[in-house]
Structures are given as C-alpha cells and as structure tokens.
Design a protein around this ligand. Structure first.
Ligand SMILES: [Mg+2]
Length: 131
C-alpha cells in the first residue's frame, strides 16, 4: 500500500482494529502512549547514533539500513495514531492547525533557509521593529 492508495482515516481504522483484536486498549493510557512514542523515537535515533554524516549517508542508502529506519518510523507513527485514536484527536486538523501556528512563529521572510529557533526570530523581529 502506498500513501496515494489510502487515506488517514483508513490507516487510523487499521491501527484501531489491530489494537482491538488484541484487547490492548487497556494498556493504552495517554501517558503510556506518549511514552511509547518517545521510546520508538529513541529507537529511530539509535539507528543513527554516533554515526558520522558519511556513515549516515551509507546507512540510508543501504537496503537494510533504510528498512530499519522505515520500521522505527512506522512504530512512531503507529503509536502516534494510537494516541490520536485514544484521545479522539483529528490528526488532519491538529497537523494543519499546528502548521498555521508554526507559520506565524516562522514567517517565510525571516525563516527561509534558516534553522534559527522562533524565540530568536521574535527577538530579531523586536530588534528590527525598534530600528
Ligand atoms: Mg521500534
């Protein structure tokens, strides 16, 4: 299945059915799901931990490496969808709303090509507005 073949609601339903068949809802408290997301994100990071930029390039261009990354990314997304299901969070609305807020924090004219955190951008905006 590819992204273009399935919508988010269908993926959420598949995740919910997987959980329900195993009666795992009893373990899916918001606290534990949040922790599970963090654990899986750490497993994703661990795959690249201590690697040089060159080693990372080799890892992501290796079939086994990219498969390992794919699986850990899937774990992060699955637990994220479990949390969304548990709390009845509309993922599309949450993501688009947050991107709108981020767009305010990171105006294109101040952020394009820059990795500066928004708190420093705001400081720079205040400094520029006083000039
Ligand atoms: Mg994992």
């Amino acid at each position: 299945m590819a992204d273009s073949d399935m919508n988010l609601q269908t993926i959420r339903q598949i995740v919910a059915e997987f959980v329900h068949e195993r009666e795992w809802e009893q373990f899916h408290s918001p606290k534990d799901l949040a922790a599970a997301i963090s654990v899986e994100a750490s497993e994703l990071q661990e795959l690249l931990l201590w690697k040089t930029p060159r080693e990372v390039d080799e890892f992501v261009n290796d079939a086994e490496g990219i498969q390992a990354l794919r699986e850990e990314l899937a774990d992060v997304l699955i637990f994220s969808l479990c949390l969304a299901n548990r709390l009845e969070i509309d993922v599309a609305d949450a993501v688009t709303s947050k991107l709108q807020r981020n767009a305010q924090k990171y105006p294109v004219e101040r952020s394009k090509g820059s990795s500066i955190k928004y708190t420093r951008i705001q400081t720079r905006l205040r400094l520029y507005s006083k000039e």
